[in-house]
Design a protein around this ligand. Sequence first.
Ligand code: PLP
Length: 375
Amino acid sequence: MIPYGHQSIDESDIEAVTAVLRGDWLTTGPSVAAFEEDLARLSGASRAVSVTSGTAALHVAYAALGVGAGDEVVTTPLTFVSTASCASVLGATIVFADVCEDTGNVDPQAVSAAMTKRTRVVAGVDYAGHPIDATALTQIAHQGNAVLLEDAAHSIGGSLDGQPVGSLADVTTFSFFPTKNLTTAEGGAVVSLRDEVANRARTYRSIGLVRDPAVLRSPDEGPWHQEVHAFGLNYRLPDVLCALGSSQLLRLPAFKARRVAITARYNRGLSGIDELRLPVCRQGADPVWHLYPLRIRDGRRRALFEHLRANDIQVQVNYLPVYRHPVYADLGYQRGMCPVAEDYYAQEISLPLFADLADADVDRVIDLIRGFVGA
Ligand SMILES: *Cc1c(COP(=O)(O)O)cnc(C)c1O
């Protein structure tokens, strides 16, 4: 069986984790600070805040931006549900903007048309690892007094016009789930170019507790004293997992090279077939390629999916347009509201793509697909 995604854990990762297990800190010790410094350096952001998942990162980011009832968040339907649902749980209204046909990323023109006085955040997703059009989206968001959030769950290690993912938007979120570009088992992070947003994110992920004497309302209460000024949750990522994260970050350049090489191998093996549309890389983008989103345009997506599954290739589909989840349908969102995203979803299959995938397995997938379409 070949999965569509899989973690890569080597002896250096295992040593990094066991060293923490033998030490004094299991959580909120030196490995957390070290991982956050590593993340900030890699992403060109001023601050990084580690959290327990990519979903937690989105929740923390929206909360740190003050998103709540009466606010609108403009986002893409072609994403994992968390990109939208984490703003919904804070009471915001989601406005879906359609995607570009080539990258599957949110279309700046559609975003522009969706902006209103109530828009607080524009949330783009680096679909499959390809960075969003951050320059255009930043301009549109800022013109409307909103901020740009980049859900970079797929794209850590990538860049656009030489600028690393993490420094492209006002706020960026990562996921370190095992299938992502690097893993901490469960985990995620918020990085920001704005210190005040990162500071609010840090406080939110630790229940809202503050200790800084300069901001305490009762600084003379005693040396034990801490206060909560705004609500938060416990989203702290433990030292054990942060040590795994720092170890994995050292391997990210190798992971990236391998993902890029596998993508090139699929591109070569599947080129020249009319029914197929291969992933597109725009000029200036340097993606890590988290997914290989193949599109089959002859209406046989489901048949090809079942053919590959029957041959032990665990392909995946990314994603059902978010507004088609019953929780959004029940709020009145209509099927077909973003036709480009609907078409993308109807044609898409994510092929196996991960660092330890062998060339022979890539070739087997290619042969099965060529055989299926009769090429
Ligand atoms: C994986 C993913 C998330 C959620 O991350 P978790 O770590 O699984 O909570 C959010 N957005 C996108 C685009 C993702 O792929």
